[in-house]
Ligand binder design. Structure first.
Ligand SMILES: Nc1ncnc2c1ncn2[C@@H]1O[C@H](COP(=O)(O)OP(=O)(O)OP(=O)(O)O)[C@@H](O)[C@H]1O
Length: 332
């Protein structure tokens, strides 16, 4: 099949066309809104974070430490890690019905941070992530989203992907007629081209891909199968992480990457994600379960309710949630 025929399929799969409306951007040097105590071991649990999630670091030497099972520990140290994503008062509706789904989300993600969003069913977690990648089912009605200093809402979904945003969907789509390896190579070369880098030939690309297959513990036979077609739930999730590894995204949004995984697969996927973390990139993961957070240690945990982030904290928030449920958190 000719590349020209397959290219639109790649775009459709990576990120489909957006109908989000542009919003005014806000300077990155926004005023301080909360204090976060960072130490070489991470955030001090002795300090509670206030409700607003877009926290600025203290103007002191900052360090983010994330222990990565199987890959040792990762430390990003700088005077002030750069802001990767800044979401301010984001509101959105379902495009068709105009039903309000996001009701003023504030969130700041810096390089080297791992953020987890938890929340009751229907609280808006997946919608938030889909709005970030420009899903056409939603319309942004207010607020701003700045990604790497650019107005994300001004970009179409493909541009968002080229800019370094990656999303692993809760239910990854199948692409009949497109082999996994062709898909990966086209997506990879498409981003390289945008970056002004030379495209890799099939042989060069396989050399690049081979260690990544090992990192996600994936059998090479999956490369010749059509994208996600007939894959089990766990195989689809592994394949999503393989795509992430290939695209080397700056911000990976992982929507329930733990759902449907057996214990071994969960560990493999978490190990692969941890292995991809660097001091310059970040992860935003959505999960219902504390179990994932044991493997991929979050810098911050956010609780979402009724379309906005109502609480931000550290791992103790997930522990409280597990013991007392969402009712206790909402009431606190
Ligand atoms: N395309 C859509 N059309 C109609 N309603 C929608 C659409 N997308 C989201 N919603 C509604 O918006 C709300 C938030 O949905 P969303 O999928 O974001 O929740 P969630 O927090 O991810 O839930 P879960 O934990 O069950 O996955 C729900 O009430 C949902 O029905």
């Amino acid at each position: 099949m000719a590349m020209a025929v397959r290219a639109p399929l790649v775009r459709t799969f990576l990120l489909s066309p957006t109908s989000s409306s542009p919003s005014p951007s806000r300077p990155l040097g926004a005023p301080a809104t909360c204090s976060v105590v960072r130490t070489r071991r991470g955030i001090s649990s002795s300090r509670r974070l206030p409700l607003r999630a877009n926290c600025r670091p203290l103007p002191t030497r900052a360090a983010v430490a994330v222990d990565s099972p199987g890959t040792g520990s990762r430390e990003a140290e700088s005077d002030s890690p750069n802001v990767l994503l800044e979401v301010t008062d984001l509101t959105a509706v379902v495009a068709e019905s105009k039903q309000e789904v996001l009701r003023g989300i504030n969130l700041t993600i810096r390089e080297g941070e791992v953020h987890a969003i938890m929340g009751k069913n229907g609280s808006g977690k997946s919608t938030f992530s889909k709005v970030l990648v420009g899903h056409p089912d939603y319309e942004v009605t207010g607020g701003s989203v700045i990604f790497k200093g650019e107005n994300l809402l001004d970009m179409d979904p493909e541009e968002r992907s080229h800019a370094g945003l990656f999303m692993s969907f809760q239910s990854p789509v199948e692409i009949p007629g497109v082999s996994n390896i062709d898909f990966l190579q086209m997506a990879f070369n498409s981003r390289r081209k945008k970056q002004g880098l030379p495209e890799l030939s099939p042989i060069e690309f396989f050399g690049f891909l081979d260690p990544k297959l090992s990192a996600v513990n994936m059998d090479p036979k999956f490369l010749n199968r059509n994208v996600n077609e007939g894959f089990s739930g766990g195989e689809k999730k592994r394949n999503e992480i393989l795509q992430l590894a290939v695209l080397e995204a700056d911000l990976a949004i992982l929507d329930e990457i733990d759902s449907g995984l057996d214990v071994d697969a969960l560990q493999d996927v978490a190990k692969a994600v941890n292995g991809l973390l660097t001091p310059k990139n970040s992860v935003l993961m959505i999960t219902h379960y504390r179990r994932l957070l044991d493997y991929i240690k979050p810098t911050f945990i956010h609780i979402m309710d009724y379309g906005s982030i109502i609480k931000t904290g550290d791992i103790s928030l997930a522990e409280q949630l597990e013991k007392q449920g969402y009712r206790a958190i909402s009431a606190a």
